[in-house]
Design a protein around this ligand. Structure first.
Ligand code: BLA
Length: 309
């Protein structure tokens, strides 16, 4: 039994991609992140007044003609940018969904990144903290204390994905879901449920947030968001795949002007200003993703959300 696909012209006629797990068939093309995006847009419309963003990024077809990249972007009161990119090919499905608050708010950034093939799913789902949650307890308590029960529920269901780029850790919160799993309908359903719950939790935070009026606080939020964008536009793990699909120029353009939009507006510091340890002797940026190396074999937060890495 091959489940019907929802990827239209990109669906496969080969049967070698489906696998048997616990006696049930699971076809890789049964995975589609379309329902995640559908939910997210409906929920946002229920919660706020979404208007199209002025960013003009429409769908693209990859250089080899085999992948479709779909971009959507909106803004709303308190929300600088809500954007989605999804990629579907015969052999992989990708979702990169993020919501960035206006700099008057120090609310975390909603971040959902999912990469799926016939053999694996790689997922990061989090409300990425804008400020340091290890050093600033007030910030951590304000946003994450009440979310720990939600986080713990999914931490049990979607186990830690193992070692990762050490530098990424400071962009993650105590409720981050970093996980890898082989294709299964059960896990995919849990992931969808986690996505909905984290997204609703994020909207609760932004709904309750009161805009900052102090200029230096706003500046500090703006800089924190700029640093985050600068990191991801340079070192996000999806770069290589994007470059393979659409070429170096288009990929750079997509990263800087769409996915991590704000880099040119929210600040003027460079990647090496923020992350000088990546500076090579000739002044260029080290191409390595990590200087420290990979670490954190196990989840580096305890059940109370204390960092134990
Ligand atoms: C792997 N994606 C990963 C990994 C992480 C993330 C932690 C494990 C590899 C590593 O340690 O870096 C995701 N890392 C994040 C996120 C943040 C971060 C969300 O620091 C935020 C601060 N992933 C995508 C897109 C693609 C993609 C758009 O988001 C493809 C177009 C692919 N991610 C992808 C692939 C891997 C991966 C192919 C495995 C390859 C690898 O390990 O580098």
């Amino acid at each position: 039994v091959v489940l019907s696909t929802s990827v239209g012209v990109f669906s496969s006629t080969h049967s070698c991609w489906w696998r048997r797990r616990k006696g049930a068939s699971f076809h890789v093309s049964a995975i589609s992140y379309k329902k995640f995006i559908g939910f997210a847009l409906n929920e946002a419309k229920r919660q706020t007044h979404l208007v199209p963003s002025p960013l003009q990024f429409n769908s693209m077809i990859s250089v080899d003609g085999k992948a479709e990249l779909q971009m959507l972007s909106f803004q709303a009161p308190k929300i600088r940018l809500l954007r989605s990119m999804s990629i579907e090919t015969e052999v992989m499905q990708v979702l990169d969904f993020a919501v960035f608050p206006e700099p008057e708010f120090d609310v975390p950034i909603f971040c959902a990144n999912c990469f799926s093939t016939s053999s694996t799913n790689i997922v990061v789902l989090d409300l990425n903290p804008l400020h340091d949650v290890i050093g600033r307890r007030d910030y951590k308590d304000r946003y994450y204390k009440s979310l720990m029960p939600l986080g713990l529920k999914y931490v049990e269901l979607l186990p830690w994905g193992g070692k990762l780029t050490s530098e990424s850790l400071k962009f993650f919160s105590p409720i981050v879901l970093w996980t890898r799993f082989s294709p299964s309908q059960d896990r995919f359903d849990i992931l969808y449920s986690a996505f909905m719950d984290y997204y609703k939790a994020w909207f609760e935070l932004i709904k309750q947030a009161v805009g900052e009026t102090d200029a230096s606080q706003i500046m500090s939020n703006r800089e924190a968001q700029h640093r985050y964008l600068t990191w991801r536009a340079e070192k996000d793990p999806g770069h290589r795949m994007l470059t393979k699909l659409i070429g170096e120029r288009s990929s750079k353009e997509l990263l800087r002007n769409f996915l991590f939009n704000g880099i040119n507006e929210l600040g003027s510091r460079t990647f090496l200003d923020y992350f000088p340890e990546y500076c090579c002797e000739d002044g260029t940026i080290n191409e390595k993703r990590s200087i420290i190396g990979k670490s954190f074999e196990n989840r580096p937060w305890d059940k109370r959300g204390e960092f134990i890495g």
